[in-house]
Design a protein around this ligand. Structure first.
Ligand code: MGD
Ligand code: MGD
Ligand code: SF4
Ligand code: MO
Length: 734
């Protein structure tokens, strides 16, 4: 069979770069950037170029696995579905549907049918126990948006803006957080050439901060004080859009009063950033005509993440960074339903107190969903309503959840743990069944991830109406029995005789959109993935057939979508005076101007994304780790010296909750006092001695019950107080 090169979509990460895939006899052999792609212009990263190695990885599961007394044995996928369906039916009959939960993670993202099918199936059982990685990611965004309200005309986007602010995100590496993911480096260079002013706030001099006009390097965890001081300056100096505020904003006086204690001098002492620099950042941000401030995982995982996100929205609103009547919407979407934007606010809504109630810590569902940080407790806590079966969809709790040791106890306590995973991850090794999936190049795909993100987060997705479709380009390896994730849930629904309904995504923060209808699935006949795409995208603004006519992806600018004037009857306002969050801000003020002192744990652990790994994926691909398979424990070189450590020394890193080992590594980009380490490495404690081969799990250091957000449950996962000491001991700990 011939060598062929065809355009496709990289689905190693959510950025969905346009790529060219060369196959030989149906096997992917080479991936390069697609220069004909009109949004990505040939950009790829090392991970995408290693898709062939990922697909042919020796650890890849080519058949599903079943746990037996002597370890795992291969099981056919149909047989696995028979057995899982039978066990689930029995559990539901005995303990009710609430005993079954799903946890949807990173690799549910690449395939458009996975989330509708997994959630649709769970809802069909009668369970509402849907958990996702969102509540251990940036849940502050959803809460803040709910309490602030939504602007139905949409936000300014990066490509048209003259000012932009990034708070604890690093889009040049993460492809996330404010700079559109389609070749962010090129967009950033173009924006700088146009004269864009960039403000970056991060305890580390990140890749993106090199382009900053104002770079603030605060102590981690102090964004609320910093942003409150910026709001203070903007109000005091009259730098806000007073017409917009008068017409569309409620709670201004309350906000003004709440930020009054946060003078630049107060914030300077808390954050370790000079007062003048805080004032300058505020003036630069407010000085632009168009722009937006966007936060990332760092501040969302630090204490008061909801408040940080809210203060950013307040800044955006005070500066009137929302699209007005008559303006063209640059990102009306292509796969999403048609936009019907209006220059008006939609009132705030509840952030929590609805949906399923949990048995622990008083949690309910929230604007960000059910709190994943409480899922282990819901498995461990005895009594009525205990979760007994968990299905992990493209996710890895043992690497990703806070409190790894509790997570392990929970995984072991389950009556049934099923993972859908390409390898025996730390979680899959504890599972009863591991369902082996097809990988990205073996299935059709759409560039939906970033477009759909635009629905839930302000200024996070594409800034243009771009879309691409790809057919499957490669065959699974010979002899493999691998299935798509949706096929597994289709198979369960059929066996359990459940009526399966799929629910299209709902707009929450972007421009208002037409609604899609729920889709009923006929279980008597298995559809093809392409048929499912047709149904799932039935309401797309651009018909799927039209998108398919452009194999290299295309922009769909016509017809233009323009923001309509406000409905004359409307009276909703954007709320900058949320009682709940301003009370939290008062608590921060009451802590005083001195930074938090933790004498026995003087260091602050923060997370970082590394270019060649994607959460727990990529670290085992030889061409990506270049021999270094662990996550270094990065410290400023002067801090290494102060600790009496040399580059490469083993250190024990201890929080008040647990400890891990790390490999001390110098990094002069860090603020002093900060330990920066990537997440989702390592494994269970028995493998701690192998920390130079597999790294260490920072999530083990996180306690879920000490310091956590009462709405989303996210515990303190950044700015974690830790101690660091050189050690020769490499044994297991707890
Ligand atoms: N301490 C700390 N903890 C964190 C974070 C942090 O910064 N610090 N970050 C948090 C964030 S932002 C997130 S999103 C979560 C991530 O949380 P998770 O999504 O739970 O973790 P991942 O490691 O991304 O898990 C992905 C799993 O999918 C598998 N996989 C790979 N390819 C495929 C495929 O094609 N199909 C299927 N079915 N599976 C596949 C991988 O082998 C892996 O086991 O972690 C969170 N945890
Ligand atoms: N290459 C790669 N790309 C990825 C991922 C990956 O693992 N690898 N993961 C993906 C996922 S799941 C997500 S959610 C996104 C996340 O995307 P980002 O949010 O951009 O994630 P990071 O690159 O870790 O950037 C977080 C930054 O926050 C800083 N920080 C830490 N604590 C604080 C704080 O308290 N305040 C402030 N201001 N800054 C702080 C850190 O120094 C770091 O530079 O990335 C996605 N993209
Ligand atoms: S940035 Fe993400 S989508 Fe783009 S090539 Fe790299 S892994 Fe693939
Ligand atoms: Mo994430």
């Amino acid at each position: 069979m011939p060598r062929e090169t065809r355009p496709s979509i990289c689905r190693f990460c959510h950025a969905n770069c346009g790529i060219l895939v060369e196959t030989l006899d149906g096997r992917p052999v080479r991936v390069t950037g697609d220069r004909e792609n009109p949004a990505y212009h040939g950009f790829t990263c090392a991970k995408g170029r290693r898709l062939p190695e990922q697909h042919a990885h020796p650890d890849r599961l080519l058949t599903s696995q079943k746990r037996t007394a002597d370890g795992f044995e291969a099981i056919g996928s149909e047989r696995a579905m028979d057995e899982v369906a039978e066990r689930l039916s029995a559990l539901i009959a005995e303990h009710g549907p609430r005993s079954v939960a799903i946890y949807v993670g990173t690799y549910a993202g690449p395939h458009p049918a996975t989330i509708p099918f997994s959630i649709g199936w769970l809802l069909a059982t009668g369970s509402r126990m849907i958990f996702t990685a969102s509540t251990i990611d940036q849940p502050g965004k959803s809460v803040a948006n709910a309490l602030h309200g939504r602007w139905l005309g949409g936000s300014h986007v990066f490509d048209e803006s003259d000012v932009w602010m990034l708070v604890g995100n690093n889009p040049l590496i993460s492809m996330s957080g404010g700079i559109p993911p389609a070749n962010p480096g090129r967009r950033l260079r173009e924006a700088k050439a146009r004269g864009m002013q960039l403000v970056v706030i991060d305890p580390r001099r990140t890749e993106v901060s090199r382009f900053a006009d104002v770079f603030l390097q605060p102590r981690p965890g102090e964004d609320p004080a910093l942003l409150a001081a910026m709001v203070n300056v903007v109000i005091r100096e009259g730098l806000f859009d007073s017409d917009f505020v008068a017409e569309h904003v409620a709670g201004f006086a309350e906000l003004e009063a709440a930020v009054a204690p946060f003078t630049p001098e107060f914030a300077a002492r808390r954050t370790g950033v000079a007062a003048d620099d805080i004032v300058r950042a505020a003036r630069v941000f407010a000085g632009g005509r168009r722009g937006c401030g966007v936060a990332g995982t760092g501040p969302n995982m630090a204490p008061h993440g909801n408040l940080t996100e809210y203060l950013l929205l307040c800044l955006n609103t005070l500066c009137g960074r929302w699209r007005r009547a008559g303006e063209r919407v640059p990102n009306p979407g292509a796969l999403l339903p048609k936009a019907v934007p209006r220059a008006q606010a939609q009132a705030p809504r509840l952030a929590s107190g609805f949906g399923e109630k949990l048995r622990v810590r008083g949690f309910t569902s929230s604007a960000a969903g059910l709190p994943t940080s409480a899922l282990a407790d819901e498995i461990l806590e005895e009594g009525e309503g205990r979760i007994r079966a968990l299905l992990c969809v493209g996710s890895n709790p043992m690497a990703a959840w806070p409190d790894q040791l509790k997570t392990r106890r929970a995984m072991e306590k389950l009556d049934l743990l099923v993972t859908l995973d390409m390898k025996l991850s730390a979680t899959s090794r504890l599972a009863d069944y591991v369902i082996a999936p097809k990988l990205s190049l073996e299935v059709p795909g759409l560039s939906h991830s970033m477009e759909f993100l635009e629905q839930t987060y302000v200024a996070m997705g594409y800034s243009e109406p771009y879309a691409q479709y790809t057919p499957a380009l490669a065959d699974p390896p010979a002899g493999a029995d691998v299935i798509e994730e949706w096929e597994f849930f289709h198979g369960l629904a059929r066996r359990m005789e459940l009526p399966l309904r799929l629910y299209p995504v709902r707009a929450e923060t972007g421009v208002l959109r037409e609604r899609g209808d729920a889709i009923d699935v006929d279980l008597s006949r298995k559809p093809t993935t392409d048929e499912l795409f047709e149904r799932l995208m039935a309401k797309s603004r651009i018909p799927l057939d039209e998108i398919k006519r452009h194999p290299h992806g295309a922009r769909f600018d016509d017809p233009p979508i323009v923001v309509a004037p406000a409905d004359p009857e409307h009276d909703a306002k954007l709320e900058v005076g949320s009682e709940l969050l301003l009370r939290e801000l008062a608590d921060v003020a009451a802590e005083g101007a001195e930074p938090e002192a933790t004498p026995t744990r003087p260091w602050r652990l923060v997370s970082r994304r590394m270019p060649n790994v994607y959460n727990s994926s990529g670290r085992d691909i030889d061409a990506l780790h270049h021999g270094r398979r662990y996550n270094p424990a990065y410290l400023h070189p002067d801090d290494l010296e102060a600790l009496g450590l040399a580059e490469g020394d083993t250190v024990r890193i201890a929080s008040d909750h647990a400890s891990i080992l790390g490999v001390a590594t110098a990094d002069a980009t860090l603020r002093r006092g900060v330990l920066s380490m990537s997440h989702c490495f390592g494994d269970a404690p028995e493998r701690d001695a192998q920390h130079r081969e597999i790294g260490s799990t920072t999530g083990r250091l996180v306690a879920t019950e000490r310091e956590y957000d009462p709405i989303t449950g996210i515990p303190r996962m950044s700015a974690i107080p830790v101690s660091i000491a050189g050690t020769r001991d490499t044994g297991a700990t707890s």
